[in-house]
Design a protein around this ligand. Sequence first.
Ligand code: NAD
Length: 339
Amino acid sequence: DPATGKYTVSFIEGDGVGPEISKAVKDIFVAAKAPIQWESCDVSPLFINGLTTIPQPAQDSINKNLIALKGPLATPIGKGHRSLNLTLRKTFGLFANVRPAKSVEGYKTAYDNVDLVLIRENTEGEYSGIEHVVSPGVVQSIKLITQDASERVIRYAFEYARAVERPKVLVVHKSTIQRLADGLFVNVANELAKEYPDIELQTEILDKTVLNTVTDPSKYKDVVVVCPNLYGDILSDLNSGLSAGSLGLTPSANIGHQVSIFEAVHGSAPDIAGQNKANPTALLLSSVMMLNHMGLTEIADKIEKAVFTAIASSPENRTADLGGSASTSSFAEAVISRL
Ligand code: NAD
């Protein structure tokens, strides 16, 4: 907005703890003087002809602003509707899910200095939703891998590695078993690597990556991992557990060709909703990824540093999920006082 010098970002506050952690982010952005103005978006789903859709005003907002920050959305169980998260992914063509997992200095977990980056293919693989009963007691589920989808996510991984100055891209696969499907994924990576002579391509079988990650995560500190959908889903939770001991600290980005949506990895935490107990860190670190994506790196660094030093400072400044006694709002205050 040339009049205010601010960037407009769509904000989906989400369900459950969503509004509380969103308020913390907003307060911290004001205190940090981040040049962002929020446009609130209601994505309460509409069910039209059996299809889940997002209300048109929300679609228009996100298509106009191209960037959105999103709180967790509760998925009604057993109603037969597609999850709203999947609907968002499909609506905006969000093909890559970026999940960094980094230890917080001063907050002790199983390993110090975990610093992992994983990019998961977000649109196909085992999540294509193509399943059928062949005969009673026999079900077939199709894993779909296409050259196009593989190419766009692996290309993004090379670009991301360049941007965050990691020297290697590691393709994690199972082409020993899924010869054609994962074989295609690996072949596409080998072809693309020729366009990125400055980045080294490595490939590794999933089993080995899992074993190495739990025994010594520092092995992957200079790589960007990229993998098909299901492997990425599982491996990224493993990374979160190793870095933070929980999902409460893990941010993510969903990247499309035009639109990008940044969100915490955790859900709506209905058990603690409305009690001023939720940890806003995952959404805050997602907003830091968003600022970096927008090129606002200085303000991103400032907020990230304040979050990490607040957590490290004392258990009084940690929320209950990290064994502390802080509330959502008192943690936000602790961050603000460190900006
Ligand atoms: P959840 O992540 O909401 O909760 C799991 C546990 O972690 C709970 O004990 C919760 O209290 C705790 N927790 C989660 N976030 C926390 C935070 N910020 N601070 C402190 N503790 C936190 O997972 P769930 O219970 O399986 O799912 C609840 C709802 O969220 C479901 O409707 C599910 O579909 C939805 N969900 C949404 C997303 C998303 O929008 N991206 C992701 C996962 C689950």
